[in-house]
Ligand binder design. Structure first.
Ligand code: C2O
Ligand code: CU
Ligand code: CU
Length: 562
């Protein structure tokens, strides 16, 4: 057996390793077509013409061949309740009830592409959007109407994806929500096609943009890539009092990347080993905003509120507008920041959200492209006629008290690890060197606060997400990973760095930079029971970079190691 760090010590640099991986995949391109991919007659020509980076084994649509900004930006369809149901545990109360099916659809992702087969919640991608008020609970019957067979390449060597486990399994998680464990979508609580589960969401939390997505053990990355994700907005009175742009001036934007084959069907990359198709990261060349490639949106010359979600499997977006157009960030994962933060570039890791105000008032008639580094994502077309704008960009948004480190009852040191084979290819990731199925080791007590030191020993940035809770980022500090790996010593290479100004709100997903200790302070509030924490790069999450944790009842004395 290759020991965990065996490949890591004489390590190649990140770039070298990625190039190496790319070339090794390319070299055997003919052998790595997944079973479902028909050999395309123009594969070779398309591949070369596309100028695709090394590692793309299948002929994919080249973004440069697509007309830009020919499709209007779709806005998510709203979910509608169907009657009401009794509230669990409350004698006479009733709450709105929804029924949402996950099933197979065909959707046009671009005017000039044939329809793409997707899996969707409620018949649309993004899935139907919930727009609800804080404190008003609701129930959803999540129905599994997926096909029995998967259409993306399952890796049956991954934990939970063994042969014989139903391929059409799913379970829904509402990311960012404070919900009882039985409604949280524990990865092993999946159910097969033909079944459903009814979840209760209390919505007892501050206004924020949440999102729901599949969380089925071992195939989560494939199910989300197939389209199983949707938005969930919680509103409250404090936010409503701020006169932010609302109604048609508030635009949700779910951003993700995909590769499409020339026939318009999803292309998910595979490794060179047909028995173990898992790849450590997926970066699509096409970018979907609300399910459309290169969409445009006609806007009035006034303020807009853009509510962004990075729903990509592995890509970090670095969003920007042309020079001279200001973005103000007003909110993050768990709602409003204390005050607006002007941002030149907005870095958004998978799972993270951002709330932005953009004022188009002085750009009448302009066409403004939202980009991520060199990629264009969408275009805003600003109207010419002046309009009234009663909305405001307040100078303060809400008070957020910084949690004192002294309020923490415990500090946990948790490592982020990558295992590699002898040629420095990633074979999987771990949290605290512990696989998913090992006994629960993190057992915070309800209504206590802890500090988690996330020690990233890998070359990658990992967006770490905890279910149930919201937290604050304390700081980040570089350390010598070699010393840590060889001698177990944590030697810092510089002073602790404060979080970015736009991280000074409540978060549920935090970027843990390479060879950096990122500290978060977490009040465990809400419910007792079993939850999970994981990396939100879905390929990592599916290959063991996910662990259960358990909130113990208040007053419980955690056992050793808990
Ligand atoms: Cu969006 Cu378990 O996460
Ligand atoms: Cu979550
Ligand atoms: Cu990761």
């Amino acid at each position: 057996m290759v020991s965990f760090y065996a490949g890591a010590l004489p390590k190649l640099s990140l770039t070298t390793r990625r190039i190496f991986l790319g070339q090794s995949t390319l070299a055997v391109a003919g052998a790595v077509l997944p079973a479902w991919a028909p050999a395309h007659p123009h594969a070779a020509a398309g591949f070369a013409a596309a100028g695709a980076p090394a590692g793309k084994a299948v002929a994919n649509v080249n973004p440069d061949t697509l007309a830009r900004f020919v499709d209007p930006l779709p806005l998510p369809l709203l979910a509608r309740p169907q009657g009401s149901r009794p509230v669990p545990g409350a004698a006479h109360a009733r709450a709105p009830h929804y029924r949402v099916s996950a099933g197979r659809i065909e959707a046009k992702l671009h005017r000039d592409l044939p329809p793409t087969t997707l899996w969707s919640y409620g018949g649309v991608v993004p899935g139907v959007m919930f727009d609800v008020r804080s404190g008003e609970g609701l129930s959803v019957e999540w129905v599994n109407e997926l096909p029995q067979k998967h259409f993306l390449p399952i890796d049956h060597t991954l934990h939970g994806a063994e042969p014989g486990v139903p391929e059409g399994r799913t379970v829904v998680h509402l990311h960012g929500a404070k919900v009882p464990p039985q409604s949280d979508g524990y990865p092993e609580d999946w159910y097969p096609p033909g079944q459903s589960r009814t979840y209760y969401y209390p919505n007892e939390q501050d206004a924020a943009l949440l999102w729901y997505h599949d969380h089925a053990m071992g195939i989560n990355r494939l199910n989300i890539y197939a389209g199983l994700a949707g938005l969930y907005v919680i509103r409250d009175a404090k936010e409503a009092a701020l006169r932010l742009p609302g109604g048609r001036y508030e635009i949700p934007l779910m951003i993700c990347d995909r590769d499409l084959r020339l026939d318009g069907q999803l292309s998910y990359p595979v490794s060179a080993d047909p028995a173990r198709p898992w790849v450590p990261e997926v970066f699509g060349e096409l970018h979907l905003v609300n399910g459309r490639i290169f969409p445009y949106l006609e806007v009035e010359p006034r303020r807009y509120r853009l509510r962004l979600l990075n729903a990509a499997n592995g890509r970090f977006y670095r969003l920007s507008l042309p020079d001279g157009i200001e973005m103000h960030q007003i909110g993050t994962d768990q709602g409003l920041l204390p005050a607006p933060v002007p941002v030149r570039y907005l870095l958004l890791a998978p799972g993270e959200r951002a709330d932005l105000i953009i004022d188009f008032a002085s750009h009448r008639g302009a066409r403004i492209v939202l980009a991520s580094d060199a990629f264009q994502l969408m275009e805003f077309r600003v109207g010419r006629a002046a309009v009234d704008d009663p909305s405001e960009l307040p100078s303060t948004l809400r008070p957020i008290e910084r949690l004192a480190e002294s309020s923490a009852v415990q500090t946990r040191r948790l490592t982020l690890d990558e295992s590699q084979n002898l040629v420095a290819e990633s074979t999987g990731m771990l949290l605290n060197k512990t696989p998913w199925h090992a006994p629960v080791t993190e057992k915070p007590v309800l209504d206590t606060t802890e500090i988690w030191d996330l020690v990233n020993l890998t070359d990658d940035v990992h967006p770490i997400h905890l279910h149930l809770v919201r937290f604050q980022v304390l700081d980040r500090r570089r350390f010598d990973a070699f010393d840590f790996l060889t001698a177990g010593k944590l030697r810092y290479l510089g002073p602790a760095m404060a979080p970015e100004p736009n991280e000074l709100g409540w978060k549920d997903t935090v970027r843990v930079n390479s060879h950096t200790v990122t500290r978060i302070i977490v009040p465990f509030a809400g419910y007792t029971g079993r939850y999970v924490w994981h990396c939100h790069i879905l390929e990592h999450e599916d290959n063991e970079m996910m662990r259960p944790y358990e909130v113990l009842p208040a007053g419980a004395v955690p056992r050793a190691g808990g």
